[in-house]
Design a protein around this ligand. Structure first.
Ligand code: SF4
Length: 377
């Protein structure tokens, strides 16, 4: 394996005297009383209609926002489907309940639409840990490599990439590039990159970022929990450390994990991903039991305790406020957006071709021609 420990990313960087996660937790909306919840939901439904807006929510945000997205004709999904849904939906305004890179991706794909977010400070440790200037310097050092970046990056980092991938399609895309003999520069998630490298055997140079939520899952404690529940199947998101992935019955994106819970012949599951997903899993697989994978233990720091502090910044109150005021609009420099859209479109085209079962036949050959000569920008 050709992994180079390029950069150790420290997430508890002071920000205005506070650590990143402390800043995020401090901004998490206060709980909403039941009567206020009803009022807020009605207000949001009315505003979505008035503003010709649609709500696009991630599986990790508050359950009320997920329900609201579905009830109002929006979408609750993983970042691949959020991007696709937002691009294809006719609404003039997309309200993205998730984190900053998701809002930016929506804007890049739909520059003519207004993109709003409940809190523009909702970010991601992977995005924070991969500054565009440092990443560009890294790419400059390796001009022979095809640059593949995870969705959890800034618009400027995507602009530097040849491909953007999400966890649901990263493995397929790297496999495809590897089959073409490409050497890959991967950023920013080291665990996902390492997992894909092992599965594909591709030559991958890995940026050393990680997700503060998945990084907290502990292999030793998971082993002990499995002994307690020997009948449970283990579902793991590949942003988790290798010792956790090694114990999985299924490794997959959020959507793939939900599908596994639905289709697997088991009554009990241990789940290693953000616990926001449990809301959807319980709906998708009623009668089954879900246990959160352990984040505690001797080496625990628990910056997240299995819930993303930035996803938690999305709430009913700030959603209603941005819809009413039009504040918190996401802007992306058009020149950067124009560069970044190439990497995102390649992934969406690849996903569409895969879905249509056009691969690996004529579609692949066409694609190979299309990307001939395209190296790191
Ligand atoms: S859960 Fe992890 S990868 Fe997802 S937004 Fe939060 S920090 Fe980023």
């Amino acid at each position: 394996m050709n992994a180079v420990p390029l950069k150790d990313v420290e997430y508890e960087k002071p920000q205005d005297g506070q650590s990143c996660t402390a800043h995020a937790w401090a901004r998490t909306p206060a709980p909403v009383a039941p009567h206020e919840k009803v009022e807020l939901k009605e207000r949001i439904k009315r505003l979505l209609k008035e503003k010709e807006a649609v709500l696009v929510a991630h599986y990790y945000v508050d359950a009320d926002l997920q329900d609201l997205a579905e009830e109002t004709g929006g979408c609750v999904s993983d970042s691949l489907e959020m991007a696709r849904f937002g691009r294809d939906h006719p609404a003039k305004t997309l309200v993205v309940a998730g984190v900053r890179f998701m809002g930016e991706t929506a804007k890049i794909l739909s520059p003519e639409k207004t993109i709003l977010m409940p809190d523009l400070d909702a970010t991601c440790s992977l995005d924070l840990g991969c500054p565009a200037d440092e990443f560009a310097a890294f790419c400059d050092q390796h001009p022979d490599r095809t640059v593949v970046v995870y969705a959890n990056t800034s618009a400027a980092v995507k602009a530097r990439a040849d491909w953007m991938v999400t966890s649901s399609i990263g493995l397929d895309i790297v496999e495809h590039l590897h089959a073409q003999g490409k050497k890959i520069l991967w950023a920013p998630d080291k665990h996902l990159g390492s997992y894909i490298q092992k599965k594909t055997g591709a030559d991958m140079l890995l940026w050393q970022g990680s997700c503060i939520v998945h990084d907290e899952f502990k292999g030793i404690e998971l082993d002990l929990l499995k002994a307690e529940y020997p009948d449970a199947k283990v579902l793991v998101h590949p942003e988790s450390p290798a010792a956790v992935v090694a114990q999985a019955d299924v490794v997959g994106s959020t959507t793939q994990i939900i599908n596994a819970a639905q289709t697997m012949d088991a009554k009990r599951f241990i789940v290693a991903t953000d616990n926001g997903i449990l809301h959807k899993m319980k709906i998708a697989a009623p009668g089954k039991e879900f246990i959160e994978a352990p984040t505690a233990g001797n080496s625990a720091t628990c910056k997240s305790c299995a819930h993303c502090p930035w996803m938690a910044m999305n709430g009913l109150r700030n959603l209603a406020e941005v819809l009413e005021s039009g504040r918190n609009e996401v802007f992306v420099d058009p020149a950067i957006g124009k560069q970044a859209v190439r990497a995102i479109d390649r992934m969406l085209d690849f996903a569409a071709a895969k879905k249509a079962k056009a691969l690996p036949t004529a579609g692949l050959e066409q694609e190979a021609k299309l990307f001939q000569g395209i190296g790191p920008a």
